[in-house]
Design a protein. Sequence first.
Length: 272
Amino acid sequence: MDGIVTGEGVLLDSQAASAASRLLAGLIDVAVLAVVIIVLSLATVGIASNVRSDAAPAVATILLLVVLMLVLPVTVDTLTRGRSLGKAAVGIRVVRDDGGPIVFRQAFVRALTGIVELWLTFGIVATICSMVHPQGKRVGDILAGTYAIRVRGATKARIPVQAPPYLVGWAHQAEIARLPDGLALTVRQFLQRAAQLHPTSRVELGGRLTAEVAQYVQPLPPAGTHPEDFLAAVLAERRRREIDVLSRNATRNAQDAQGLHRLPHGVPDPVD
């Protein structure tokens, strides 16, 4: 278990997957990979046999290793957002340290590091590192800023944190820098479970998180703002800005796609 634990034993972060769960997921992925290796090997041998070159077998072998060790893991982790077949079977998934889904960059770093800690050492380095690390991380997770968490059944839709009305105007104008990995997730879980905490612990933890988040916000909210209102306003504004960026990117991509299919000026549209 990782994260902040209050005096009442309330955990404010996700539960990291155990080394045993990750090992079992890895064995399932290896079994699936074995089938892929057989298929790709047969295809590679067939292609190499049709090429009249002494270097063809060596080149084919190198390409096969690159696909198996790098291309395939990166593609699977990127498309499934960190949940390969083995991980899905045992109920875990790889996420960023801030709780968000992994993207190509994290998947690439994990796969590249895995060439050494998984393939060249037969998984010994990864297993030892996962057993001794508090979050069950292997070396690739440490470098990529990721870790595996337990997924307990179907995920319920979470109600987004809403900014208090009196802080909406301030939040729109404030400069909010990127929060460190884990801080945004801890704040969100604190706000969701604040009502379950003892009043003393709630005030103490809220003040501590407010002091941490305030380092990344300028200007600070009006004097007298409640710490939990400040934290909620920051998270809500971060989410609003992220949605705006995604919306603009989607609009831009749609416009670019239309531009690719637009005929040159003066050329009439085709008639069916």
